[in-house]
Ligand binder design. Sequence first.
Ligand SMILES: CCCC/C=C/CC(=O)SCCNC(=O)CCNC(=O)[C@H](O)C(C)(C)COP(=O)(O)OP(=O)(O)OC[C@H]1O[C@@H](n2cnc3c(N)ncnc32)[C@H](O)[C@@H]1OP(=O)(O)O
Length: 362
Amino acid sequence: VGGPAMRASQEDFANAMSQVKLLKKDPGNEVKLKLYALYKQATEGPCNVPKPGVLDFVVKAKWDAWNALGGLSKEAARRSYVDLVSSLSASSSGRATPAADGKRADSDHVLVTSEDGITAITLNRPTKKNALNTQMYHDIMLALKAAGKDSSTITVLTGSGDYYCSGNDLSNFKDVPSGRPEESAQRSAVLLRDFVDCFIDFPKPLIAVVNGPAIGISVTLLGLFDAVYATDRATFHTPFSHLGQSPEGCSSYVFPKMMGPSKAAEMLIFGKKLTAQEAFAQGLVTEVFPDSTFQKEVWARLKAYAKLPPNSVRISKQLLRSQEKERLHAVNAEESRALQERWVSAECHDAIAAFLSRKAKL
Ligand SMILES: CCCC/C=C/CC(=O)SCCNC(=O)CCNC(=O)[C@H](O)C(C)(C)COP(=O)(O)OP(=O)(O)OC[C@H]1O[C@@H](n2cnc3c(N)ncnc32)[C@H](O)[C@@H]1OP(=O)(O)O
């Protein structure tokens, strides 16, 4: 589930440890804590030292990061460490995201531009309807972390081509090493949790420009955005039960609050697909635009918003969101745990196998 095909050998792990020392850019404290935690988990297993005092800030932050990995196996931690270092090396060599203002820095399938006070992150895998592969999850996280710190006022997520995003790349499931589905599921649950955490913690206004149909995780995450602008061609589909899976992106908490429990159940349990107008009526979409004028109207609006005083905008966003943060982190942890179990279920395997053998399409 969600992970690359091969296991990380001790040699891969040793190489990754050497690569870390060669990174050209400091990856920042958050990433360094993650690397520390994965290293400890990979070499010593689950956190086995007493919780330090709250005033011991650095030691406590390290302990928290390690402890958050719970029962993740050594092999899964090794693989995640190798993946993380590989995405950092790509970014450090200029292949991946962080974009300086006015410039553009691309990874394979995630483009980042930053101009006129707007950092735009574009999913750029149109031939696969912008389905999210493992590298894209990492690239988006790096792009969000960079955008949170750059001088832009707002950040935008959009897609290229006819789709906004078709959700998790289901071929990720093909890559599960035989006999190791539990480890793979555990690794994907950690990736999912880290990914959604980046949206929960994002410090500036985050806007979705939904240029076409949206499926799965690209829909559920919308509840964590500050505004969602959609073309009238967009649809919103969360077929989790059809896939033997369960909701993520904090939607099990945010959607019922937003649209009421029964409308949320229609989407998240029964997989009802909404039109853009229906999603607007449920509060999931802020405004719907005719497809013919969508890009022009939306970007004109965003450029005007981006001229607002950046600090004021950022502080207001944080005030609007801060009350719920702790709850959202807890929901994210619970949803990731539930999915970890789903991913090793026969229901999920059968549904994915049907898609991959092209017997099923949503
Ligand atoms: C860290 C892990 C977190 C996991 C959490 C997330 C859960 C989810 O996101 S669940 C949602 C998963 N998504 C889907 O189930 C969508 C599957 N795709 C489809 O049903 C159809 O492809 C779709 C309706 C999107 C488009 O149909 P068409 O217009 O008929 O186009 P094609 O089917 O021919 O698609 C073109 C090309 O793209 C590939 N594709 C599209 N979406 C995905 C996907 N999600 N995963 C893998 N591949 C996808 C499709 O297979 C085609 O590929 P080729 O056959 O190689 O051309």
